[in-house]
Design a protein around this ligand. Structure first.
Ligand SMILES: NC(=O)c1ccc[n+]([C@@H]2O[C@H](COP(=O)([O-])OP(=O)(O)OC[C@H]3O[C@@H](n4cnc5c(N)ncnc54)[C@H](O)[C@@H]3O)[C@@H](O)[C@H]2O)c1
Ligand SMILES: [Fe+2]
Length: 381
C-alpha cells in the first residue's frame, strides 16, 4: 500500500464546566485587545451570550457583538461581519455559537485579511496560493451546541444566497487558536437541537470512519467518538442538565471534526443541498438520510462496520449496527424520511446534480454518480 497523508491537530481545547470564565484570558493569549464576538441572531439575546460579553468587558476587552447571522449563514452575513470588524477596529474574533455562529465568526476572521471573494476558497482547487496569510485575525471559538465540531475544524460552510448552494470554504487559517468548550453553555439547547447536533457529531465520526482514505489516527478518534455519542447523546436528550453527558457530547463533537480530516461522504453531500434549498437543520437532515446511505454503502463498508459494531457493544454485525441507528433515531424523534421532514420530491434532479459536486462526496466509499445519487435521494423519501 502506498501511504500518503497529512496529519495535524494543533488547537488548545479548554473543556469543562465554567470555563467560559477563561474567555478573556484566551483572547489575551492570542494578543486581542478589542475582540468582536460573532454569533447568530437567536443567541444574541440569550443569557449565555450576555455572560460571555460580561467576561470580556470586565477584563477591559469591551463587549462588541455582531449577530446579523442566519442559521446556515450566507455570504451577505459574511460581508456584513467583515464590515463590522473593520468599522469597529477589531483585532480578533470570538466565534460563538453552534456551527452557524462558529463558521461565520471564523470566516470573518479569515476574510478581513483577503482581497479575493470568499468563493475562491472553496474546498477544491487552489485555495492555498490564492490566500493572503497576512492580516488574518486570531480566533477564539466557543461552541454552544455539541455537533459540528467547527471549533476545531478548518472549514466554514457558507450558503451562496443566489444559487442556494452550500459551499465548504476551507483554509488552514480557519483554525481557532483556542477553544473554550464549556458544557454549561449547551444546557439550554432545545431538545430538537440537542438531537440534531448530536447526530451531526455521529455522522462526522461514521463518515470519517467509513471513508476509504488511510488515516489510522482519525479512525481511532472516530470510533471512540461514536461510542461517546452512543453512551451520552440519549442521556443529554432526556435530561439537558446532565453535565457529564453534555461534556462528553462536546468532546464527541470535537472528535468528529478532527476525524473528518479523513473525509466525509454521501450523508453530507446529500444533506448540504437539502439544507441550502429547504433551510433544514443540518444535523437533523444528516440523521434522516443516514439509513439509506448506510444501505447504499454496505458493499464497501460491511467489514468495517462489523468492527465498529463490536467496539460499540452492538451484536449482529452490519445489520445490528443498522438497527441501532434506526433505534437511536427513533429515540431522538428524528423524522422517518424526507417526506416526514416536510420536503417534496419535485427537486430531486437538482438535489442530485448539486450533491455530486459537493466536496464531501469524494470521501464516500461507493463512488457517486448522477444516476446512483438520484436513486439514493429517491430512497430517502
Ligand atoms: N464547519 C464545519 O465543519 C461544519 C460541520 C458541520 C456543520 N456545519 C454547519 O453548521 C451549521 C449548523 O450548526 P448547528 O447544528 O450547531 O446549528 P446552528 O448553529 O444553526 O444553531 C441552530 C439553532 O440553535 C440555536 N442555539 C445554538 N446554541 C444554543 C444554545 N446553547 N441554547 C439555545 N439555542 C441555541 C441557534 O440560535 C439556532 O437557532 C450549518 O450551517 C452547517 O452547515 C459546519
Ligand atoms: Fe456535519
Amino acid at each position: 500500500m502506498n501511504i500518503v497523508a497529512n496529519w495535524s491537530y494543533p488547537t488548545a481545547v479548554k473543556l469543562g464546566r465554567g470555563r467560559i470564565n477563561e474567555l478573556a484570558d484566551a483572547c489575551k493569549s492570542l494578543g486581542m485587545k478589542k475582540p468582536l464576538l460573532v454569533t447568530d441572531r437567536g443567541l444574541a439575546s440569550m443569557a449565555i451570550t450576555g455572560h460571555a460579553l460580561d467576561v470580556l468587558e470586565e477584563a477591559g476587552l469591551g463587549r462588541a457583538i455582531f449577530a446579523d447571522v442566519d442559521p446556515n449563514p450566507n455570504e451577505k452575513n459574511l460581508e456584513a461581519g467583515v464590515k463590522a470588524f473593520r468599522d469597529g477596529g477589531h483585532d480578533g474574533v470570538v466565534a460563538f455559537g453552534g456551527g452557524s455562529g462558529l463558521d461565520l465568526g471564523k470566516a470573518v476572521a479569515f476574510m478581513v485579511g483577503q482581497t479575493r471573494p470568499v468563493w475562491d476558497f472553496e474546498d477544491i482547487g487552489d485555495w492555498w496560493t490564492r490566500a493572503s496569510t497576512e492580516g488574518i485575525a486570531p480566533i477564539v471559538a466557543v461552541p454552544t451546541t455539541a455537533g459540528t465540531g467547527s471549533e476545531v475544524g478548518r472549514a466554514s460552510v457558507i450558503t451562496n444566497s443566489e444559487t442556494h448552494v452550500k459551499k465548504i470554504i476551507f483554509h488552514p487559517k480557519f483554525l481557532p487558536g483556542v477553544v473554550i468548550a464549556d458544557p454549561e453553555l449547551t444546557v439550554g439547547m432545545p431538545k430538537m437541537i440537542t438531537a440534531g447536533t448530536g447526530m451531526d457529531a455521529f455522522a462526522h465520526c461514521l463518515e470519517a470512519y467509513c471513508s476509504p482514505f488511510y488515516h489510522p489516527m482519525s479512525q481511532g478518534i472516530a470510533l471512540e467518538g461514536m461510542r461517546l455519542v452512543k453512551e451520552f447523546l440519549p442521556r443529554a436528550y432526556r435530561d439537558g442538565t446532565d453535565i457529564e453527558a453534555r461534556t462528553n457530547m462536546m468532546s464527541a463533537a470535537a472528535m468528529g471534526a478532527v476525524a473528518f480530516q479523513k473525509g466525509l461522504g454521501a450523508i453530507h453531500s446529500l444533506s448540504h443541498p437539502i439544507g441550502a434549498i429547504y433551510n433544514t437543520h443540518h444535523g437533523m437532515t444528516n440523521a434522516v438520510v443516514m439509513p439509506p446511505v448506510l444501505r447504499f454503502n454496505r458493499p464497501a463498508i460491511e467489514e468495517k462496520i462489523e468492527r465498529a459494531a463490536a467496539y460499540l457493544g452492538i451484536s449482529g454485525g452490519f445489520d445490528g449496527f443498522y438497527d441501532y441507528v434506526l433505534s437511536l433515531r427513533a429515540e431522538l424523534g428524528v423524522p422517518e424520511n424526507l417526506t416526514a421532514m416536510g420536503i417534496g420530491q419535485d427537486r430531486i434532479d437538482e438535489l442530485a446534480a448539486t450533491a455530486i459536486e459537493d466536496p464531501s462526496c469524494g470521501g464516500n466509499p461507493v463512488p457517486m454518480t448522477l444516476e446512483n445519487t438520484r436513486q439514493l435521494f429517491v430512497d430517502c423519501f
